[in-house]
Design a binder for this molecule. Structure first.
Ligand code: ZN
Length: 339
């Protein structure tokens, strides 16, 4: 048996998956362990090795069956997996600064390791689930969570960029002034820009900008009575799902921002598909359907040939990172004759 593993190292948890050469995933749900990233590389890499043994047992294979491993982590990191020398939220331990996590893991496990940042891994999974591994299709994925991530897959390959910052889609400026009903709003992103995608389409933007803006117009709304802005923001999706008009307006604004952004992407990449994922879609099927329709409706009229570009919801959101990392390793294993 020849198998490839995917390891999604997040801020709080590590998620594992295993895929065989026929592209069948051997672990259905989440195979998750708490992450010990705070304790630095030595502890963390040991933990990854131990976790891989548990995952192998769960899938009833031997660790020696694993011929390659795909790793993904939050950034910032170089395209080849060297973590930022400035440190980062998720890799705060001193020893992580400038650490080559791909190389470190390859040495620890004695197996070849590929690296992607978490947003690109998610995008690759979304792409793979629609087009399979051997397609020359192009897709653009956007994942809306606390921030806004995403990825661009061009003719089957992940766009990483020169220093690993390719497809930082959340920080692309969009012509937000054309969104109706937000006159006077100043959507400020944590990155310093005003009016990028994340500043209008993320949980953070709901908390900092969109919800306060709308509540000012409707001071009697029940969310206006809450003192904890973060908690209030987290309630918006559920209330929108149940039909609350103000909360639905929040998502109309998000969808419109996405529509404007996708229009830029249509003109840059002429893609085969858009994929939307993240917490925003953890609601009812009706909510998802309406959200995707609103995005489409907000896209300026396309050329006739491009009017039918589909917008898909991202499947298996929880495991997207690990699965995308595994797909990257599977591609490498095939190209190098390992599998
Ligand atoms: Zn930004």
């Amino acid at each position: 048996m020849q198998v490839v593993a995917g390891v999604d190292l997040g801020g709080t948890a590590i998620n594992y998956t295993l895929v065989n050469k026929d592209e069948r995933f051997l672990i259905e749900g989440l195979c998750e362990h708490p992450a010990l990233t705070k304790q630095g590389p030595d502890v963390c890499l040991q933990q990854i090795e131990d976790g891989l043994k548990i995952a192998a047992k769960l899938a009833e294979i031997e660790v020696s069956d694993i011929v390659a491993v795909g790793l993904d982590t939050p950034g910032p990191a170089s395209a080849s997996g060297v973590l930022s020398a400035r440190g980062s939220t998720n890799f705060a331990h001193e020893k992580w600064k400038g650490f080559d996590i791909r190389e470190g893991m390859a040495r620890k496990l004695g197996k070849p390791v590929t690296y992607l940042n978490d947003a690109n891994a998610g995008a690759l999974w979304g792409h793979f689930s629609i087009f399979g591994a051997n397609s020359k299709a192009t897709s653009i994925s956007v994942v809306i969570g606390t921030g806004t991530g995403g990825g661009v897959i061009i003719e089957g390959n992940v766009l990483k960029g020169r220093v690993g910052f390719g497809a930082e889609l959340g920080h692309m400026l969009i012509p937000y002034q054309s969104i109706a009903g937000i006159e006077g709003m100043v959507p400020q992103c944590n990155c310093g820009r005003v009016g990028d995608l994340e500043s209008l389409a993320s949980l953070t933007s709901i908390e900092k900008t969109v919800l306060p803006y709308l509540l000012k117009k409707s001071p009697n709304h029940e969310l206006a009575k809450m003192t904890d802005a973060h908690q209030a923001a987290k309630l918006v999706r559920g209330m929108a799902d149940k039909g609350d008009a103000l909360c639905r307006e929040v998502f109309r604004i998000q969808a419109t921002a996405l529509g404007l952004f996708f229009d830029c992407m249509v003109n840059t990449f002429d893609p085969d598909a858009f994929i939307v994922g993240g917490g925003v879609l953890e609601a009812s099927p009706d909510f998802t359907k309406r959200f995707l329709e609103q995005i489409k409706a907000a896209m300026p009229t396309q050329r006739e040939e491009q009017a039918d570009i589909p917008i898909y919801p991202m499947p298996n959101g929880d495991t997207a990172g690990a699965r995308g990392a595994a797909v990257e390793a599977l591609t490498m294993a095939r190209q190098t004759g390992l599998i």
